[in-house]
Design a protein. Structure first.
Ligand code: HEC
Length: 125
């Protein structure tokens, strides 16, 4: 997992939030895009249990496993959604999903994680 991070440009690695405020409209858009493009592998709730997951050599991890998902900050998630992680079977979406919509997706993933962050208060993020 570590070498993947090192391919990500510094500008994206240091971001600690998205440039798009997570208003309801952003989350709705993110949810819609997630259902269309992502849930087949990542599962409707981001648990990594979509119908295509079992066919992959590296199944998608659950976004609800923060110890894994927090390896990638918001800018890094944005970058991964655009470029993919080809060696893991995660496709890049930059031709299909524009920059604003990629940020909406990052906001939506963060939204899925919010209840967990509330449980682990004081969690360093
Ligand atoms: C063909 C299956 C597949 C599809 C479709 C897919 N992914 Fe992935 N994704 C993966 C795999 C495999 C990984 C690598 C294992 C991991 O880290 O979860 C991954 C990793 C990721 C990661 C980094 C890991 C993390 O927990 O932050 C993000 C972010 C991500 N995907 C977002 C998305 C989004 C958003 C979409 C839809 C636009 C999407 N993926 C579509 C298979 C897929």
């Amino acid at each position: 997992m570590k070498h993947q991070r090192e391919q990500i440009p510094e500008d994206y690695r240091i971001m600690n939030r998205t440039p798009m405020t997570p208003h309801m409209s952003s989350l709705r858009r993110g949810q819609e895009l997630f259902a269309t493009h992502c849930s087949s592998c990542h599962g409707v709730k981001g648990k990594g249990d979509g119908p295509l997951a079992a066919a992959l050599d590296t199944p998608p991890a659950s976004f609800l496993d923060l110890s894994h998902s927090d390896i990638f900050g918001p800018g890094e998630k944005y970058w991964i959604i655009g470029k993919g992680i080809p060696e893991a079977g995660m496709p890049g979406f930059e031709d299909q999903i524009g920059p604003a919509d990629r940020w909406h997706l990052v906001n939506y993933i963060d939204f899925l994680q919010r209840p967990l962050r509330r449980q682990t208060q004081g969690h360093d993020h």
